[in-house]
Design a protein around this ligand. Structure first.
Ligand SMILES: [Zn+2]
Ligand SMILES: [Zn+2]
Length: 361
């Protein structure tokens, strides 16, 4: 089969290769991949600043059709449309595994950087990580089930948005745009901020119903948030850009006794004023992956059209166009790129409009 493989550590080393086709263990399903998102984490991996065990097939945001089932699989059969999640393997016995947060397992092995992932024709995964996909949710949309689960975990399960809250989402990437939508659904007034290069993403946020989009290079974001809140600051701030400057702004924008949730991946350790946490009595809430319920909610939100994950997808490309997909993601000209191994090699971008809401003209 074809696969996009990170062949060596360090920067670059990403190739489309002929790769061994996996066959399912007794408790695994083999999925024919029909959509897999290129994530900011993939960019970190290709730059060499995220854990990765090469040679390894990248891709951790996938969906597809069950092509084969192992002998012990229950509830799934050949032909089922599914989304599936990481971790690929855990110990199954530690505190985190037993209490339902396998992402925290010290023995977690994730597909897409530690073992082979989904930038390929096929992937095998534990059937207990699979969820049935409603017929009317397209594969293109379902490829965003993973980042939407991350947003749901952050904005519903790890933090509590209350109706009437003022929420700042700093960084209008995929996670930011999804987190903003989830916060909005819970009744918050949502401010989404970005930089000059994020113009297209900010426009997408506006089209998706965010209350206010702000270019932080042209406006004083902190002052604006303080004005909107009568001087106190935002109730909850989600840092989704993964930059020190964005985090700095978030510290200043969150109100005393408010909540700050860092969701963006920083390139390395950063210095920050921990006194602000103490003196403002802040809650700093980490949110990393997702749990079972995050996926159940995410699938319902997509199925009922409450979150427009599809509107973020600017490009759907064949596997052969992976380099273009990575370039578009890296330079910010795409909002979200989904690779579809079922598209012919010479297919161009399959996205022309998003369900009548043409956000990417
Ligand atoms: Zn991701
Ligand atoms: Zn465990």
């Amino acid at each position: 089969m074809r696969a996009i493989v990170k062949t060596a550590p360090g920067e670059g080393h990403l190739e489309l290769l002929e790769w061994r086709e996996p066959s399912p263990e007794p408790d695994q399903v083999k999925i024919q991949i029909a959509g897999v998102g290129i994530c900011g984490t993939d960019i970190h991996i290709v730059r060499g600043n995220w854990r990765c065990d090469p040679p390894v097939v990248l891709g951790h945001e996938w969906c597809g059709v069950v092509a084969e089932v192992g002998s012990q699989v229950r509830g799934f059969r050949e032909g089922d449309r599914v989304v599936a999640s990481n971790p690929a393997r855990t110990c199954g016995a530690c505190f985190h595994c037993v209490t339902g947060n396998p992402f925290m397992c010290a023995h977690r092995v994730s597909a897409g950087y530690m073992i082979d992932g989904a930038f390929a024709d096929f992937l095998c995964i534990d059937y207990k990580r699979c969820h049935h996909l409603p017929d009317h949710v397209s594969f293109r949309t379902a490829a965003l089930g993973e980042p939407l689960s991350v947003a749901v975990h952050a904005a519903i399960e790890r933090t509590t948005v209350r109706a009437g809250d003022l929420v700042l989402v700093s960084g209008p990437g995929c996670i930011g745009l999804l987190t903003a939508q989830v916060a909005k659904l819970q009744g918050a007034k949502v401010v989404l901020s970005g930089l000059n290069r994020d113009q297209r993403r900010l426009e997408c946020g506006k089209a998706l119903g965010v209350d206010l989009v702000v270019n932080a290079e042209q406006e004083d974001l902190v002052e604006l948030v303080h004005d909107l809140s009568g001087g106190s600051g935002a109730d909850i701030v989600y840092e989704c850009a993964g930059s020190p400057a964005s985090l700095e702004t978030c510290w200043k924008a969150v109100r005393k006794e408010g909540t700050l949730a860092p969701l963006g991946v920083q390139s390395g350790p950063i210095l920050t004023d921990i006194n602000a946490v103490m003196m403002k009595e802040l809650s700093v809430v980490g949110s990393y992956g997702y749990v079972w319920t995050s996926w159940q909610r995410a699938i319902r939100l997509m199925a009922e059209g409450l979150v427009r994950a599809d509107a973020l997808i600017s490009h759907e490309l064949p596997l052969e166009s992976f380099a273009e997909g990575f370039r578009l993601t890296q330079d910010g000209s795409a909002i979200k790129v989904v690779l579809n191994p079922l598209l012919p090699a010479d297919a161009g971008n399959a996205v022309t409009a998003n369900n009548g809401v043409n956000l990417h003209a």
